[in-house]
Design a protein around this ligand. Structure first.
Ligand SMILES: [Zn+2]
Length: 79
């Protein structure tokens, strides 16, 4: 399940920190993923909406599943 922004109610996309793989960069260009860069804040947010709001959702499984689905849709170059 994809969480919705607690501030504006928009649907979230997974927020990914660190150096993105090419599929993640393509996904981010399409708005299916947000890139947080290499500086990790604590507590780290893991979702972002189209308006740039960031928040943390404790359901890590939902985040994992959504991230894998997004990467698969944009060509997973890890395999
Ligand atoms: Zn929002």
């Amino acid at each position: 399940m994809i969480p919705f922004c607690p501030e504006c109610g928009a649907q979230g996309v997974p927020l990914l920190f660190g150096l993105p793989v090419p599929a993640a960069r393509r996904a981010a260009e399409n708005g299916d993923l947000a890139l947080g860069g290499c500086v990790l804040r604590e507590p780290a947010p893991n979702w972002q909406c189209a308006h740039g709001h960031q928040w943390r959702d404790l359901d890590e499984n939902a985040w994992d599943r959504r991230l894998l689905a997004v990467l698969a849709a944009h060509g997973d170059d890890l395999s």
